[in-house]
Design a protein around this ligand. Structure first.
Ligand SMILES: [Zn+2]
Length: 508
């Protein structure tokens, strides 16, 4: 575990630092002291306001001043990711220059409320850019993550404590999502989680007995069928619980999709579309990451429960195939439409179980978090897509998360759940109750990321807990297929801790 710890500082030139990174709109927003240092460079280098520059000066810690301009911030479409992106570049420069303990200051960025968390976001951007894959660290050692602390100028202790909890969660999410399929096979995923939560405020339970899994989670058992041919590929369900030390006023309940590898199954991913499918566990990774932030921060008044479906969608003689009918925990008969639509199957029975539990919890909100559909990435680009039911919509659950996400560089867009989505999965014969999917890629299917939420509602039993029911239950399906990896590069892009900052800012 070696993310750079956030330390507070007041002085612009902290003595413990070995570099000073200043993120600014442009050099005109620097204070007089820095302006005097930068002016001679401005006279000879016209690029100072358009790219990251390392300037040498005796007065600055480590003699290194790294200037990172954000560019314009005041247009309607600008947001705090300008700061996040500038920080990523600046910390790469600091690392390359040999700094291990840089200080970070922000100047002239707070032009309006959009940038109220600019310093925090810059720190999180730094952590994102400095993270190296788990396999790389295991092979090459922690030396590949040399920056071990970041001194935040203007932050106090409480702010750093919060940031360190958040950064710890981001780190866990990247580790779990970014690993190759054998290093993070299901039971190794579980081992990582157990180690990450040892002696913490979060309890971890792992269910791996096949008879139990098949009985409690028949859809997950169906997806896992071909994986039983290889012992190290066997599935598990990971359950995590956080109970606050005081009275519970709200309960957050998550299901995370943890497909450690998705070959597509019998509907095999061909033509090069399989590469990168080790990141199909990003939803479970982000839920585990959020739990890590919760474990570190120990928020008051909020109980958090997380169920992770950790399974491999393999192909083999016992693999499930389209047309099969599966009887679910909820008593729904599911007709398999396409075996590559396995995430909703892996999560569905866990959602049903959580729904039953939710009926006895205080003020529950349910979430599914998943890299579910290519359609989400096509429709939203690099943003998470939130599809919510009536009670969640009435309570503004998604909109409040989106507002926080805009302030924390964790952006998302809200989609509506519509009647067409339920029509799309309705049964065609009396032999089944619901269809898991059509037989075309989601990316070329109208409402390809919205209709799976209708399916999840039905197999999770949440369709019986709408606004007009006696027990309405708010439920938001979060599709992070577009936001789960940097640059949409599923094989090589760094995994992103999607939804964690928004959830943390809103509820912790
Ligand atoms: Zn799939």
């Amino acid at each position: 575990m070696s993310f750079p710890i956030a330390y507070p500082a007041v002085d612009l030139f902290p003595s413990q630092a070995d570099a000073l990174i200043v993120i600014c709109a442009n050099s005109a927003s620097l204070n007089d002291e820095l302006n005097a240092i930068v002016q001679p460079y401005l006279n000879v280098d016209a690029r100072i306001n358009t790219k990251v520059s390392l300037l040498v000066h005796e007065k600055v810690p480590g003699k290194r001043l790294i200037l990172a301009p954000t560019g314009p911030l005041n247009r309607d479409f600008d947001d705090v990711r300008r700061v996040y992106d500038a920080a990523k570049l600046a910390f790469q420069e600091a690392k390359a220059a040999g700094a291990v303990s840089p200080a970070l200051a922000i100047m002239g960025v707070d032009i309006d409320a959009r940038y109220q968390h600019a310093l925090d976001v810059a720190y999180l951007g730094a952590c994102q850019s400095l993270w190296q894959p788990l396999e790389a660290r295991e092979h090459l050692g922690d030396v590949i993550e040399p920056i071990n602390r970041i001194i935040l100028i203007g932050a106090d202790n409480a702010r750093c404590e919060r940031l360190n909890a958040l950064a710890a969660g981001h780190y866990v999410a990247r580790d779990l999502s970014g690993t190759e399929p054998e290093r993070m096979a299901p039971m190794r995923f579980a081992q990582y989680c157990k180690a990450a939560f040892t002696d913490s405020a979060v309890e971890v339970e792992v269910i791996s007995d096949r008879a139990t899994l098949d009985k409690e989670y028949p859809m997950l058992g169906t997806v896992a069928r071909a994986s039983y041919a290889v012992e190290r590929h066997h599935p598990c369900v990971i359950k995590m619980t956080y109970n606050p030390s005081d009275e519970v006023v709200r309960t957050l309940m998550f299901v995370g999709k943890g497909l450690v590898y998705d070959t597509g199954g019998a509907d095999l991913k061909v033509g090069g579309f399989m590469a990168g499918m080790s990141r199909d566990k990003g939803g479970a990774a982000c839920v585990a990451g959020f739990m890590k932030s919760v474990a570190e921060y120990k928020p008051k008044g909020v109980k958090v429960v997380a169920y992770l479906a950790v399974v491999r969608n393999s192909i083999g003689s016992d693999c499930f195939v389209p047309d099969e009918i599966v009887h679910t925990r909820e008593g729904v008969r599911v007709r398999i439409g396409n075996t590559d639509a396995e995430g909703r199957l892996a999560m569905g029975d866990l959602l049903s179980e959580l729904k039953d539990q939710a009926l006895n919890e205080v003020n529950p909100v349910l979430f599914t978090v998943a890299t579910l559909t290519g359609h989400a990435a096509r429709a939203m680009g690099p943003y998470s897509a939130y599809v919510e039911n009536g009670p969640a919509r009435a309570a503004n659950v998604s909109r409040e998360l989106v507002e926080q996400g805009d302030l924390w560089a964790d952006c998302a867009e809200v989609s509506r759940s519509r009647r067409e989505d339920f029509d799309f999965v309705k049964p065609r014969t009396l032999a089944d109750d619901v269809l898991s999917s059509n037989n075309a890629p989601s990316a070329v299917t109208a409402r390809g990321h919205q209709f799976p939420m209708a399916f999840l509602s039905i197999v999770g039993g949440l369709d019986k807990h709408g606004l007009s029911s006696t027990k309405p239950l708010p439920y938001v399906h979060m599709d992070i297929a577009g936001s789960g990896v940097e640059g949409g590069d599923w094989q090589h892009g760094k995994p992103m801790p999607a939804t964690i900052s928004s959830l943390f800012a809103r509820y912790c």
